[in-house]
Design a protein around this ligand. Structure first.
Ligand SMILES: NC(=O)c1ccc[n+]([C@@H]2O[C@H](COP(=O)([O-])OP(=O)(O)OC[C@H]3O[C@@H](n4cnc5c(N)ncnc54)[C@H](OP(=O)(O)O)[C@@H]3O)[C@@H](O)[C@H]2O)c1
Length: 291
């Protein structure tokens, strides 16, 4: 199988490049080889390479920056997936794409279902939703995995920022009223490989670990596990203090409720998604080993 992987330098793309390798021959152009902002360049690349499977882990992921760079965010998060989906439908290929909990309106305290009404609060969320809808309307065979709070041993992410701050500060205040599930990029890649190799139905699936927490709860668990692993931190779980979102203003509005129901994916693949704490232990372990 001829696999085209986009976004290989990103958190999810890096893991996919390793995890998908037994499934076929991967072509993974970086930014220098393939400018994803250009529709024409992408069209020519697709015609030349004729992939059987496109795995799109490229995106505009700067949530606040998207408020001020709407056109660029729209191209990467909506225009590109639409273009990939059209090609996929025309060629009888298959498309795997990633979406976000930020497509949901964030109210209430119940987990969102794949069938729940969307209502993005930010430009980023709106562009991700338009990408999903374009794929769904294209007739292309596809999986869209909606995930949340992605982190990994590489790249810029909350886990690494917290560990850095916990060595330079003595107190931290962290948002405690946004609830969701932190998702390691490696889990996303593993489940993607399982899904490709299965015969589960096309469509939209939530993909995250089991359980729920706040950013504050996530930070406390990062500090607890890091200390347990022998890290010397000047901030531990006890001096990480909870604050409401209103005390941490950002350009883009974030949803308070990012809980996602995982039962559709679990039933389809006949798996139980592991809890977020055990997934943190694996990711933190990998990060500390290579630090
Ligand atoms: N991060 C999260 O918390 C989160 C949460 C929910 C859903 N998601 C979704 O999960 C997917 C993967 O996210 P991630 O965290 O792995 O993203 P990431 O680490 O920010 O990686 C984004 C990738 O896209 C590439 N890219 C961006 N603009 C490009 C351009 N103009 N031309 C070529 N390549 C370009 C980047 O290349 P460079 O390295 O060259 O910039 C990088 O490889 C995305 O669809 C995202 O929306 C992420």
């Amino acid at each position: 199988m001829n696999i085209l992987l986009l976004g290989k330098t990103g958190q999810v793309g890096f893991e996919l490049n390793r995890t998908l390798s037994p499934l076929g021959t991967i072509t993974a152009p970086g930014r220098a080889e393939l400018d994803l902002t250009s529709e024409q360049v992408v069209a020519e690349y697709l015609q030349t390479h004729q992939p059987d499977l496109i795995v799109n882990a490229a995106a505009w992921t700067g949530v606040d920056a998207a408020e001020e760079h709407q056109q660029e965010a729209f191209r990467l998060n909506a225009g590109l997936p639409e273009q990939l989906a059209k090609f996929t439908a025309e060629q009888g290929a298959f498309l795997v794409h990633y979406s976000s909990d930020y497509v949901y309106p964030g109210d209430g305290d119940q987990p969102w279902q794949e069938t729940s009404e969307t209502g993005p609060l930010s430009v980023y969320g709106q562009t991700k939703l338009e990408g999903d809808q374009a794929i769904q309307q294209s007739g292309a065979e596809h999986f869209i995995f909606r995930t949340s709070w992605v982190y990994s041993a590489r790249g810029n992410n909350f886990m690494k920022t917290m560990l850095r701050l916990a060595k330079s500060k003595t107190e931290l205040t962290i948002v405690a009223d946004q609830i969701g599930a932190p998702t390691p990029a490696r889990l996303i890649a593993q489940i993607t490989a399982m899904a490709i190799n299965s015969n589960i139905p096309n469509g939209l699936y939530h993909l995250a670990p089991g359980g729920e927490t706040s950013w504050h709860g996530f930070a406390q668990e990062i500090f607890r596990q890091a200390q347990q692993a022998g890290q010397e931190l000047s901030v531990g779980p006890e001096n990480a203090h909870p604050i409401p979102t209103s005390d941490y203003p950002t350009l883009a509005k974030r949803p308070l409720n990012s809980r996602m129901d995982l039962s559709k994916l679990e039933a389809a693949l006949d798996i139980q998604l592991p809890d977020w704490q055990s997934q943190l232990a694996l990711t933190l372990g990998e990060y500390l080993k290579n630090e």
